[in-house]
Design a protein around this ligand. Structure first.
Ligand code: AMP
Ligand code: GLY
Length: 426
C-alpha cells in the first residue's frame, strides 16, 4: 500500500516510524516532513494546509491512504477534498473537525450527548459574558471559541483575571477572529489525562491513555506549551476508568455526531479531568496529541496501517489491537526561549549516540538539514526523545541518558517528566 502522511512534527514522525514497520507498506511519503522523517519516508515539499496540492499529489501517485496529522488541514476540509477525489483518508471531515475548531460546537455536542463536562455559556457579547462571570464567580475558565494555537484558554482564579481575559480575547482580539465568540465554563479540579479512540463514523476502538506536561518548567510551572513530555500508561486511568471513558464520553460522542449528520472518522482525543465526581470531559481534539502520539506508537504492538485503513473504510468493528506491557515516555527538547521567541538554525549533534541508548528512538519535530547535511533546529519544539522500559522509571532513565548524549547547547528540556507516576510508585 502507498501511504501519504500529512504534517511535519513529532506526531507525524511517530506515525511515519510506526507505519514504516508495516509489511503491507510499499511506499511512504510525508508532506512536508522533517529531517528525522526523511529516514523512514520520502518527504515532499508541500505545505500541510495546501489542500489542492495534496489532493493532486495523492491522485498523481495513486496513494491508497492519506493519514492527516494536525488539526489545521482537517478544519479547512482536506479530508473532504480527498474523499471527493476518490482517495481514502484517515481523519474527519471539515464538519466533524468542528469538534476541535469550535469549542462552542464541541460543548453543544457534548451536552446533547449527555457527556459529563463543565457547565458553560457561549457569548458573542462582551457585556453578557462579563455578567455571566460575575454571576458565577471565580475560579472560572474563559476560552476563545476558535483555534488559537493552544493558547486561547485562561484558567482564572480571580474575577479580575476572568474579566481581563474577556477584554483581551474579545475587546483587544489578541487571538484574532478566534475570540469573536467565547466559551465560559466551570473550573474543574483534579488530575488531567488524555485518552484516544479510533473512529469510523459508526463505532470506536479505544486506544490507551497518556499524560502530557503542558507547562514549560519543572514542577508544572511557567507558561503553557504544546506539551513538554508525555508517558503511557497513565496510572490515573485504570482499566476500569478507560471503560468508563469509552462508555460515557467516546461512544455517546460518536452516536451524536452520526445523528447530527456529521459522522466522525479518525482519531478522537479526549482531554479529561479526573475529578472527585469521576471523569469529566475538558475538550475533544480531532487528531493525535503531540507528544502523546509518540508514546502511543512506542507502545502499540499491532500493525498500525490496517487499523487506520479499517477506520477510513468503516470496518473498525473487525479490528482489535495489541499493546506492549512496557511503559513509554517522551522528553521534548525545545529551543531555548520556547514558548516565547527562540533562536533558529542551531546545529544539533549527538543524535546517533542518543539513538544508540537501549529502548530509545529520537523522534524529530522542528528539524531540517542544512546545506552541509547537519541537522538544525527550525521550530520551538525540536526533538522528542522517546524511550520504552519495563517500568516508567526505566523508560525515564533511558530517555534522560539519551538527552544527555545530545550536543545541543541551545536546547533544553524538563527534567521531571512522569513525576506524577513516579510519586504514585514511591
Ligand atoms: P484546552 O485547550 O481546553 O485543553 O485547555 C487547556 C488547558 O487548560 C487544559 O489542559 C487544562 O489544564 C486547562 N483547562 C481547560 N478547561 C478547564 C476547566 N474547565 N477547568 C480547569 N482547567 C481547565
Ligand atoms: N499535547 C497536547 C495536544 O496535542 O494538544
Amino acid at each position: 500500500m502507498k501511504v501519504l502522511v500529512v504534517g511535519g512534527g513529532g506526531r507525524e514522525h511517530a506515525l511515519c516510524w510506526k507505519l514504516a514497520q508495516s509489511p503491507l507498506l510499499t511506499k511512504l511519503w510525508c508532506a512536508p516532513g522533517n529531517a528525522g522523517i526523511k529516514d523512514v519516508a520520502e518527504c515532499v515539499t508541500i505545505n500541510a494546509e495546501d489542500v489542492p496540492a495534496l489532493v493532486a499529489f495523492a491522485q498523481a501517485n495513486a496513494v491508497d491512504l492519506v493519514v492527516v496529522g494536525p488539526e489545521g488541514p482537517l478544519c479547512i476540509g482536506l479530508a473532504d477534498a480527498l474523499v471527493a477525489a476518490g482517495i481514502k483518508v484517515f481523519g474527519p471531515s471539515k464538519a466533524a473537525a468542528e469538534l476541535e475548531g469550535s469549542k462552542g460546537f464541541m460543548k453543544d455536542i457534548v451536552s446533547k450527548a449527555g457527556i459529563p463536562t463543565a457547565w458553560y455559556g457561549r457569548f458573542t457579547d462582551m457585556e453578557k459574558a462579563k455578567s455571566f462571570i460575575r454571576e458565577k464567580g471565580a475560579p472560572i475558565v474563559v476560552k476563545t471559541d476558535g483555534l488559537a494555537a493552544g493558547k486561547g484558554v485562561v484558567v482564572a482564579m480571580t474575577l479580575d483575571e476572568a474579566l481581563k481575559a474577556v477584554d483581551d480575547m474579545m475587546g483587544s482580539k489578541v487571538f484574532g477572529d478566534a475570540g469573536d465568540e467565547l466559551v465560559i465554563e466551570e473550573f474543574l479540579d483534579g488530575e488531567e489525562a488524555s485518552f484516544f479512540a479510533l473512529c469510523d463514523g459508526k463505532t470506536a476502538l479505544g486506544l490507551v491513555a497518556a499524560q502530557d506536561h503542558k507547562r514549560v518548567g519543572d514542577g508544572d510551572t511557567g507558561p503553557n506549551t504544546g506539551g513538554m513530555g508525555a508517558y503511557s500508561p497513565a496510572p490515573v486511568v485504570t482499566p476500569l476508568r478507560e471503560a468508563e471513558v469509552m462508555e460515557k464520553c467516546i461512544l455517546p460522542a460518536i452516536r451524536t455526531m452520526a445523528a447530527e449528520g456529521k459522522p466522525y472518522t479518525g482519531v478522537l482525543f479526549a482531554g479529561l479531568m479526573f475529578t472527585q465526581a469521576g471523569p469529566k470531559l475538558l475538550e475533544f481534539n480531532v487528531r493525535f496529541g503531540d507528544p502523546e502520539c509518540q508514546v502511543l506508537m512506542a507502545r502499540m504492538k499491532s500493525d498500525l496501517l490496517p487499523v487506520l485503513l479499517a477506520a477510513a473504510e468503516g470496518r473498525l468493528d473487525q479490528v482489535t489491537l495489541e499493546w506492549r506491557d512496557q511503559c513509554a515516555l517522551v522528553v521534548v527538547m525545545a529551543a531555548e526561549g520556547y514558548p516565547g521567541s527562540y533562536k533558529k538554525n542551531t546545529v544539533i549533534g549527538g543524535l546517533d549516540q542518543a539513538n544508540a541508548v537501549e529502548g530509545v528512538t529520537v523522534l524529530h519535530a522542528g528539524t531540517a538539514l542544512d546545506d552541509k547535511g547537519q541537522v538544525i533546529a527550525t521550530g520551538g519544539r525540536v526533538l522528542g526523545v522517546t524511550a520504552i522500559g519495563d517500568s516508567v522509571k526505566e523508560a525515564r532513565e533511558r530517555a534522560y541518558q539519551a538527552v544527555d548524549s545530545l550536543r545541543w547547547p541551545e536546547g533544553f528540556c524538563r527534567r521531571d517528566i512522569a513525576w506524577r507516576a513516579l510519586a504514585r510508585d514511591a
